[in-house]
Write a protein that binds this ligand. Sequence first.
Ligand SMILES: Cc1cc2nc3c(=O)[nH]c(=O)nc-3n(C[C@H](O)[C@H](O)[C@H](O)COP(=O)(O)OP(=O)(O)OC[C@H]3O[C@@H](n4cnc5c(N)ncnc54)[C@H](O)[C@@H]3O)c2cc1C
Length: 289
Amino acid sequence: MASSRILPEFELLIPQSIKEAVDLLGKLKNKASVMAGGTDVVISCTKGFGSPNVISLAEIPALDYVEYDSKSGLRIGAMATLQQVADNADVQKRYPALWKSAAINGTPQTRNMGTVVGNIMRASPSGDCICAILAIGGKVVLRGSKGKREVSIDDFYIKYRETACKSDELAVEIKIPAPAAGSCNAFARMTRTTLDLSKVNVAVRLDMSGKTVKEARVAIGAVAPTTIRLKKVEALLKGKQITDDVLQKIVETVPTEIKPIDDVRSTAEYRRDVAGIMVKRIILEALGK
Ligand SMILES: Cc1cc2nc3c(=O)[nH]c(=O)nc-3n(C[C@H](O)[C@H](O)[C@H](O)COP(=O)(O)OP(=O)(O)OC[C@H]3O[C@@H](n4cnc5c(N)ncnc54)[C@H](O)[C@@H]3O)c2cc1C
């Protein structure tokens, strides 16, 4: 494996439209990688994992939108930066989990370059926006030579760093439904230092009817090959009021649903120890407690 700060040579392709980008992907298939903000693609190139062709989305017009509508929800275009999402008042008010996952992501420099769609497409098991969006729910909109399709975030992550996006497809936007009345969400992460990637991240969406949970979506990252939903925990929450007993059962159940490993950021044992407590705390935070 090459280890250098010097970029190896590659062909930089700069399409001017989505169609041109899709045509290039169709022609080059897995000999090309798409670049949005490039905060990951460029590092991959310096580490020797780059492609011979890099297709930059930088000059495709009007892909940098963050738009909210009370009926159709939120749409985030492929070139909308993490900072744009962190600066958006609708995101902050209605999707605090997503807002936080963008606002704490990396450094001011990487937030100004890196995108939310890039975070989703990078498919890292520790990806912060992935965790938030998996809890909130949403769809990735893909464009390929055969046209447009939408894939639920629930079906998007197949295995470690592999998604449902085919090699001739481009992600054009993320769609997130408008929150129903009584719905709340929150995100938290644990890192070694402020600027590190997550050693564990958690996010929750609770659809409440008074004090009772109608539906719950709970996501956790960096404890399995992909970010996952905690289905047993969700079942424990559904139809219940959140009592100390329910929370204690959740703390005990979380470790049974995860498969953490030892790596540079943490040990499997530590991740297993803290994951349940983090889920309990994020549930309380979402409820404003
Ligand atoms: C210093 C530093 C700090 C970081 N901190 C964090 C952090 O706190 N939390 C975190 O989650 N991540 C972090 N990252 C990782 C990364 O920067 C972010 O995930 C960022 O959001 C990636 O967005 P990007 O636009 O730069 O992606 P890019 O580098 O452009 O692309 C990332 C991957 O997605 C693919 N891709 C991008 N856009 C598309 C598209 N439209 N269609 C198809 N494929 C696409 C690329 O081919 C590539 O595989 C950090 C990175 C650095 C360098």
